[in-house]
Design a protein around this ligand. Structure first.
Ligand code: ATP
Length: 513
């Protein structure tokens, strides 16, 4: 995939719209910023991604169960979790362009530029020294690299302190680094201010004493408040996990980059409850499990990396992101956090109810520690789209745009195409589809020349096309075309379903994990 490719992102956005994956929300009214609707193909891909996650996290772990909590929660939940007081982003406006930015993001982007300089030095040196090149030694000794690393450390240190308690210094840092507004090019900045990201609304009518409630900014709290319900009714023993997929809402300051940063999005989270003191071991273990799950998708191992957090959230004693190489560069796809006992303890304090586990072996109760894995479904969707989007020239010289989506995730698994719209071929094709549709999402298409129909299926990522021709009527065979190679094989209609079941099964993705 091309790095930092704005052009690629634009192509993906228009492809996603043209082929029914993602539409701007309420488009006939010119849309609503950072809100999107999933179309007929998008919803299938999204459901398959949920299934891939759920099968792995819940079905393949006998000590993890799922729930589906309400979006609205008692307002005290968000007081206890710290969101009312601390779920803020530092924002800064450019006075000339009137554009608003997150101060920390401006600084992080500046750091990324310095990191890119270091990378460039390494590439240059590797070329110069050839096989003798020792990257570790180069990084440890080259004066320009060392100088840049020092700069990065100093900036990160100030960013951390500024985020904790000194917004004025964040502004000063932006000025000292000479960061300019990407739109106006000017360095004419306002002060940095805190901005709470939660959406609020009123519960009940004003007359009967309405109270402010929030749209949940994360799904995790629905799990924490149900900790005892699940533990008791499921007779769960520590360590155990609770998983959930659901909507979350954040009033993001900058909501650009398509479905990467939305104001309404979906999270897939799992809270894993462990014995205090064992949390860092479990943190490491979940880091490894989750990266393996991502890599098993086959989108390219080089597209993933860990980013350990320097600025730990108020509740965490270790945290990292799994970053993916999106068209905008490496960005957070999933967060893995060691949340200590912060949340359960806070809910104990605010509710006055005990949220503890009685450990029979130790003969005592304790508040468990928590490891959380939290992935944005929409970001995962964008990762799959951007890694799958391919423009290529086939052997016969024809050009195509193909989504090489892993077969198990593809919106449509099989397209059944009668070669001609006559001679009984459509009827035979319907028969074939009847034999497949109980197991697979299928499409029937008889319009246009067969080549154009293949292109249409390539564009939506259908891994298999079955063509019914005159020979099918004589000997009960069809051609099976493979999307990625465009190769075709002849196969009997009887054997077709079993073969496709094997080819599109989640088992191939999950078996090795
Ligand atoms: P970021 O730093 O990008 O704002 P975050 O660290 O606030 O993200 P978390 O609170 O850790 O994100 O949320 C867990 C996951 O939810 C993220 O890894 C991401 O995939 C997803 N996510 C968070 N905010 C959004 C959003 N506005 N739109 C889409 N997905 C999001």
């Amino acid at each position: 995939m091309a790095k930092q490719d704005d052009n690629l992102l634009k192509k993906i956005i228009s492809h996603a719209k043209e082929y029914g994956f993602i539409f701007p929300s309420s488009e006939i009214y010119d849309g609503l910023a950072a809100t999107y609707d999933y179309g007929q193909n998008g919803v299938e891909l999204k459901n398959n991604l949920k299934q891939y996650w759920w099968k792995f996290m819940v079905q393949m772990h006998e000590n993890i169960v799922g729930i589906d909590a309400a979006i609205f929660m008692h307002p005290t939940t968000w007081k206890a979790s710290g969101h009312v007081d601390a779920f803020n982003d530092p924002m800064i406006d450019n006075k000339d362009s009137k554009k608003r930015y997150r101060a920390d993001v401006l600084i992080e982007e500046h750091v990324a530029k310095i990191e890119a300089k270091i990378k460039k030095e390494v590439t240059k040196a590797a070329k110069r020294f050839g096989e003798d090149f020792d990257e570790a030694q180069f990084l440890a000794t080259n004066p320009r690299v060392l100088d840049n690393q020092k700069k990065i450390e100093a900036i990160n240190e100030r960013l951390k302190k500024g985020m904790e308690s000194d917004l004025d210094d964040l502004k000063l840092l932006i000025e000292e680094l000479g960061i300019a507004c990407p739109v106006s090019g000017s360095k004419n900045w306002t002060d940095v201010r805190q901005f709470n990201l939660m959406f609020s609304t009123e519960l009940g009518s004003l007359a009967d004493g309405a109270s402010t409630i929030y749209l949940r900014p994360e799904t995790a709290q629905g799990i924490f408040v149900n900790f005892l319900n699940v533990q008791k009714t499921g007779r769960m023993k520590i360590p155990f996990g609770i998983a959930q997929i659901g909507k979350a809402f954040r009033n993001e300051i900058i909501a650009r980059q398509f479905i990467f940063r939305m104001r309404e999005f979906e999270q897939m989270e799992m809270q894993f409850f462990v014995k205090p003191g064992e949390e860092l071991e479990w943190y490491e273990s979940w880091k490894q499990k989750r990266i393996q799950w991502h890599k098993a998708l086959g989108l390219g191992e080089e597209n993933y990396r860990f980013h350990d957090h320097l600025n730990l959230a108020h509740y965490a004693n270790a945290a990292c992101d799994i970053e993916f190489d999106f068209p905008m560069g490496f960005k957070e796809l999933e967060g893995i956090h060691s949340r200590t006992d912060f949340d359960l303890k806070a809910h104990e304090e605010h509710s006055g109810k005990k949220l503890q586990f009685f450990d029979h072996q130790e003969n005592k109760s304790y508040v468990p520690y928590v490891i959380e894995t939290s992935i944005g479904l929409d970001r995962l969707f964008l990762a799959v789209l951007s890694a799958s989007y391919t423009e290529e020239t086939l052997e016969d010289g024809s050009e195509r745009t193909v989504l090489k989506i892993p077969a198990a995730l593809a919106p449509t698994k099989v397209a059944v195409l009668p070669l001609l719209k006559k001679d009984g071929l459509p009827e035979k094709a319907r028969e074939v589809i009847d034999g497949l549709k109980l197991d697979h999402t299928c499409q029937y298409d008889e319009k246009d020349a067969i080549g154009r129909r293949y292109r249409r299926q390539d564009a939506v990522g259908t891994p298999y096309c079955v063509t019914v021709d005159h020979q099918s009527l004589e000997d009960g065979t069809v051609t099976l075309r493979h999307r990625d190679t465009a190769e075709q094989e002849r196969i009997s209609i009887e054997a077709l379903n079993d073969k496709i079941v094997q080819l599109v099964s989640f088992k191939t993705l999950l078996a090795a994990q």
